[in-house]
Write a protein that binds this ligand. Structure first.
Ligand code: HAM
Length: 430
């Protein structure tokens, strides 16, 4: 055993790493609600669940996200494992899903594959409200499709999910990044334009400029940089008719599904794999980190991994940010609504009560008991605290009569019930 760290003889408590958090209580409940709703909604849209490893070869992320992106350059938790293989904790889910699609031959057996996933992601960013080092994403990907309807369907799926978890006040920003070639031409145009305005940029943007990461400058939140960018070239100026038509079809499909969006010609994503449609969903309850979800099309990724020339589109939402938007929607739901709390007086009654508790749980009925005290008063206090609907009281008298007292905790009314067939009687109540 390692000796504990002591300061002046006091054992220092162990704490989570910075940017890592425990999830419990209301947050855990909201978290589960988000995950179960996602399963329901995504299945309705034809997505199947996939679980990919949390640890992958580092090269996977460098190749997928772009070796010059902030995520790969500065934020990956990468290390050499015991066999000296360079590995990394996944910073996002798309790269692993594309690898799995090809490794499991879904491109040959399925053609179109629709997957959803949920789980922890890791980015060593500077922590702040809504920005963590371990966070969770729920995401969905469609692989093997070139249809603009798939883009609209993906966004629709996200919108339905948000409505279903009670997050209605969101905004969808939409942009068209064109093909890689068009994006490249645009990047050069931005480079040219920024040459004359370089001095005005913030330090972060100057560094992006040095690293030739010109498009990322469009995404800067600094007001001075934004002003510079607003006066610069926009991507729609250089897009071909084909790319424009594609985007028009996406927008028409979204209109058909009654999905509201705002076009933002400066919306750019932090990962290099995006082509054509990109989108971001923001929410007013979030602060500076206001994107609750984001995604888009990534038509070159499957091919760049050695697969066929096939398009793909998807999104991921940040669960911790989603919870910040959900607070209020579900927090007041009583934890133990409709459950029983068993109160027992005396050793023999306690034994009988424990049997009853086990039987109720076996039958799938929510029930609990306080083992830490024998006093009736404090057991009733625990019953109150647990917010149970009913208390089942079992004292020595009841035991002799082979009965229990059922107390309705809402109105205080009581009635005596026989221990025979008690479970059947109680199950009718819940
Ligand atoms: P992303 O924009 O990097 O895209 O992340 C998606 C969402 O994850 C963000 O909108 C945000 O809600 C959440 N998120 C990201 N970083 C953090 C963080 N440090 N702390 C808390 N939440 C965070 C992707 O990851 C792409 N894979 C999305 C995608 C799927 N594109 C196509 N398919």
């Amino acid at each position: 055993l390692c000796p504990p760290i002591c300061l002046k003889g006091v054992i220092m408590p162990l704490q989570c790493l910075t940017g890592f958090h425990d999830i419990y209580g209301d947050k855990a409940r909201l978290f589960n609600k988000a995950e179960s709703t996602a399963r329901e909604v995504f299945r309705n849209f034809g997505f199947e669940e996939i679980k990919t490893p949390i640890l992958e070869k580092k090269e996977l992320f460098a190749r997928a996200l772009g070796s010059e992106t902030d995520v790969v350059q500065k934020e990956m938790y990468g290390f050499l494992d015991r066999s000296k293989v360079s590995v990394a904790l996944r910073p996002e889910g798309t790269a692993g899903v594309v690898r799995a699609y090809l490794e499991n031959n879904f491109d040959k057996t399925k053609g179109l594959a629709k997957f959803y996933y949920m789980g922890p992601m890791f980015r060593s960013e500077r922590p702040q409200a809504g920005r963590l080092r371990q966070f969770h994403q729920i995401g969905a990907e469609q692989l093997g499709t070139d249809s603009p309807y798939a883009d609209a369907e993906t966004i629709h799926c996200l919108a339905v999910f948000l409505e279903r978890v009670g997050v209605g006040d969101y905004k969808i920003k939409l942009n068209n990044l064109g093909t890689f070639e068009e994006r490249d031409i645009y990047s050069k145009a931005i480079h040219q334009y920024l040459m004359d305005h370089h001095d005005l940029l913030c330090e972060d943007c100057k560094s992006r400029y040095r690293r030739k990461n010109f498009l990322r400058i469009l995404d800067c939140k600094n007001e001075v940089c934004r002003n510079v960018i607003r006066k610069g070239p926009v991507i729609s100026d250089i897009l071909t008719t084909k790319s424009r038509d594609y985007f028009t079809q996406v927008k028409m499909a979204l209109d058909g599904a009654h999905i509201k969006y705002n076009e933002d010609p400066f919306l750019i994503r932090g990962l290099d794999y995006y082509t054509k449609t990109v989108f971001e969903v923001t929410h007013p309850k979030l602060g500076a980190q206001d994107a609750v979800a984001a995604g888009g099309r990534y038509d070159g990724l499957i091919e760049s991994f050695g697969g066929p020339k096939a398009g793909a589109v998807g999104f991921a939402l940040g669960v911790e940010r989603l919870l910040m938007c959900m607070v209020g929607a579900y927090c007041n739901t009583p934890l133990h609504e409709n459950s029983f709390f068993i109160v027992a007086l005396g050793e023999a009654a306690f034994r009988e009560a424990f049997k009853l508790l086990s039987e109720l749980r076996q039958k799938g009925v929510k029930a609990s008991m306080d083992f830490s005290t024998k006093s009736m008063k404090s057991q009733m206090r625990s019953a109150d605290k647990s917010q149970s609907r009913y208390a089942i009281i079992l004292g020595e008298d009841e035991l002799k009569k082979k009965s229990v007292v059922l107390k309705d905790m809402r109105d205080g009314s009581q009635k005596e019930l026989s221990l025979d067939n008690l479970i059947t009687t109680l199950k009718v109540l819940v």
